[in-house]
Structures are given as C-alpha cells and as structure tokens.
Design a binder for this molecule. Sequence first.
Ligand code: ADP
Ligand code: GLC
Length: 491
Amino acid sequence: MKTSLKIAMITSECVPYAKTGGLADVVGSLPQALQALGHEVIVVMPKYSSIDAEKFDLQRRFDSMGVWMGNFLEWCAVDEANNEGVATYFIEADKYFRRDGLYHDANYNDFGDNPARFGFLTRAGLQLMRDLDFAPDIVHVHDWQTALAPAYLKTWHWDDPVLGGAASVLTIHNIAYQGKYDAGVYPYLGLGWQNFHADTFEDFGAINFLKGGIAYADALNTVSPTYADETRTPALGYGLAPYLNDRGRDYSGIVNGVDYSEWNPATDSLIPANYDAFYLSGKTKCKRALQERFGLDISREIPIVGVVSRMVDQKGLDVLAAAIEGIVRDMAVQFVVLGSGDKGLEAFYGRLPLAYPGRIGSYIGYSNELAHWIEAGSDFFIMPSRYEPCGLNQIYSLKYGTLPIVRATGGLEDTVEQYDEATGDGTGFKFYDLNPGSIYSTVGWAVSTFYDRPAHMKRMIQHAMAQDYSWEKSARQYLQLYEQAMDNKPG
Ligand code: ADP
Ligand code: GLC
C-alpha cells in the first residue's frame, strides 16, 4: 500500500460545524486520526445556515463553481476552514442549504427536496476535487445522503484525470435511513436510466440511494461487527440484506472510535469537576451538581441513571417509558433524561419531573453541555435500543465511569462487557429481549449491585474507565478497508 493516501470524505454533517447524531462525531474525528497516521484528508459538507462562519473562520475558496446535474448546470460557492488540521470545504447553495434544519423542519417533516439537496452535495463534492486538483486515492462517503458518489465515480469519472484513480468506500451508519424517493428526481441526479435497475438504484419503482451505494462502492462497512451481521438478516436489513450478502466480504464492521480530547473526565472543560480512575472524588461533585441542576434530591447514596438520546423509534425510549414509573416506585433510584424528537415521547419525559419530583429530572432539547454533565454525574447510563449500529454514548459512559445498561444489539453488544456477579468482572449490564420487564429487572440488577456489592461497582468502574476506544485502532482498520477498496476497483 502507498505510504500516504489522499482521502476525500463527503458528508452531510461534521463536528464542530453541524450535528444531529453520531455521524457528525465520526466524521469530525476519523480524518484527524488518519492524518496522524500520515495520510491527507479533506472533508466536504454543506454550508447550512446554522453554521457560524465567523466563529469557525470560514474563508471563501471559490466564488462560483459550476456543477452538472442531469442536463442542468447549477452554481454554488465554496468556503474553506481548518478543522484541527483537516481542510474542510463548505458547499454554499442557498436554495438547498439556507434554511433551518439539516434534514427536516421544526416539526420533523423531511424536506421534500432532500434527494436533490444531497444528490447535489455529492456531485458538488466531486466537482470540487477536480477544481482543487485534489486527486484522491479514496472517496469515502457516509450514509444515504452521499451514497451516490460511488456511482458518479464509476459512470461519469472513470477516465477523469483527477477522479479516475479514486476507489470508493461507503460507510453505513444506520441502514434504516435509505433515501428512498419517487423516481421523478432521477433525471436531475443525472445517473442515466441505463443504470436504474433492480440490482442498483431501483426499489419497487422508487430510487433508493443507499441501495445504489451498496451496489457501486468498491468496499463498504458499517460501524460494528455485530451490526454488520444483523444487517445481513431480514430482521435488521430493512430490505437490503440480500444486497449486502451479495457483497460478501466486501462488507464488514468497524467499531467507531471516540474523540477523547472532547470526552474525557480528566480534561473535560464542560463538567463541574474533573476526575480520573484514581481520583474519583470529582465524580461525586459532578453527581451533586447534576442533582442540583435537575432539582433531584441531593444524596450520593442514591444511584442516578442517565439518558442522552434522540427520541426516535430506534432508541427504545417508548419501552423505557413503559417501565420507568414502576422502577421509580419500587427502587431507590433517580433518572435524568436529555433528548428530543418524537413529540409524544417529548411530552411524556417532559412531564415526568412533575409527577416524580426529586426523583426524575428531564430536559427536552439539545444541549452538548448537559450531555457531558449527565455522562459525568450519573452512576449508570441506559440505552434500550431496538437496534444500534454502534452507539457512542455508551463508549463515552465507559470513560466517565458511568456503567452502561444496554440492550445487547449492534455496537452495544460489541462494546459493553456483561457483569459477572460471581467475580465482579465486566463493564455494564446487558439485556437481550426488549420489553418493559427486562428493562425493569436489568435496572434492578444494576441498582442492587450499587447497594449490595460496592466492591464490584468499584471494580467495574475501574475496568470501564480503562477501556480504550481512541481512534487509532479503528483508523487502522479503515486503512485496511481502503486497501481492499483499491484492490476491488476495476482497472
Ligand atoms: P445516534 O447517532 O444514533 O443518535 P450515537 O450514540 O452514535 O447515536 O450518537 C449520539 C450523539 O449525539 C452523542 O454524541 C450524544 O451525546 C449526542 N446527542 C444525542 N441527543 C442529544 C441531545 N439531546 N443533546 C446533546 N447531545 C445529544
Ligand atoms: C448512527 C447510529 C449510531 C452510530 C452513529 C455513528 O447515527 O445510529 O449507532 O454510533 O451513526 O456511526
């Protein structure tokens, strides 16, 4: 393999500029890790109106760049910023990105023009590489939004002097979101009807972006080995399992790394007190501050279970909703919940503090600071996910000595080690069936461990905080995947 690769990522979100979920964390830190290993990475993303150009010191790179969409020539501008050493480019196209929200409006209605918006982003990203004369060895794209890139490379740019040498890699962060739209948009995307068939983009007459990405990418992965296995089955493949299976060993799972410069209790500047595995008294301070902030009874003797989550079907918070009141009635435990999304769940969790004053606190909305406070101040962190491609919060929890209580699925299965009551080994508490009863009994197991087996708690906290999910290991696995993609690329 070449000692230094040129890698271009196109993405719909990236920390610190725009984030709705873990995708942004990943694309905000994997490039730095690859650069640290001696490779050159650029990132291309939209210039959403929520991005503060001044704060992030965006500089104009191109006043106008022409992008061919089907038979239309569209125009955009391009800005540039330095994201901790990674050149990041922003596609400015007011008709597509100058509005509130990344994917949907304030009422969670998807924007009707999303296929055109993200098709355009992808095509503009490739055009930009040509205008920059950046000839990538790898074009790495993420989720349905940018999943057209492999097809563009193979149908339009295969003999292009800048892009012709690029192999493509697609990472699936969540297979439930596929970008399935009326085929009316297909001509605008400019992929040619000859490429619209059941093995590529066509999906019961509609266009399916992710399906096309799976067909055209030179190699692909998802974000944990267990989720890679699960998506190969009808239950969690959301209709795409056969196409993933067709790709055989070109499809694999790589667990996400996390950015410990942001998520480390020893250095975290957002939390009330710092601590590490040898000096845990800071964690007690964080717990007290959390109880104060959420109006909970102040006591270090009562365990707190934290939740930080998008309130969507995937996360299983509806099942937790059916269990939480019984738990709080029967056990001496507190909950702190942070999240937003589904209106019914927002209303439910929003009013719990009124029904259980001093016992349950909640904040409906998005707050990075509170996310850090909850990771630091809680004793346990619960994720009752229906499915979880990787999950980052449980990995953050490990580092904060906040033991995860998780459904054993996807990345949760791969990153949390089950508690062994005989020895005190393990890093968290796992349950297998998703129903209120198993949530109740597993929280009960954690709570009884807190009260009855403090030596085990201590041992697990030490073991959890010693886990290392820094990016270097995962970045090396991505390099192997890139190599595989370059081998697979047709000559
Ligand atoms: P997903 O990407 O499916 O939402 P992950 O666990 O991979 O799940 O990543 C979620 C990320 O989003 C974490 O960094 C988490 O802290 C953050 N997050 C989710 N909801 C909120 C919220 N309401 N406020 C602040 N951060 C949030
Ligand atoms: C998706 C998944 C989540 C994963 C994240 C980053 O949002 O839901 O499990 O951690 O992508 O890969």
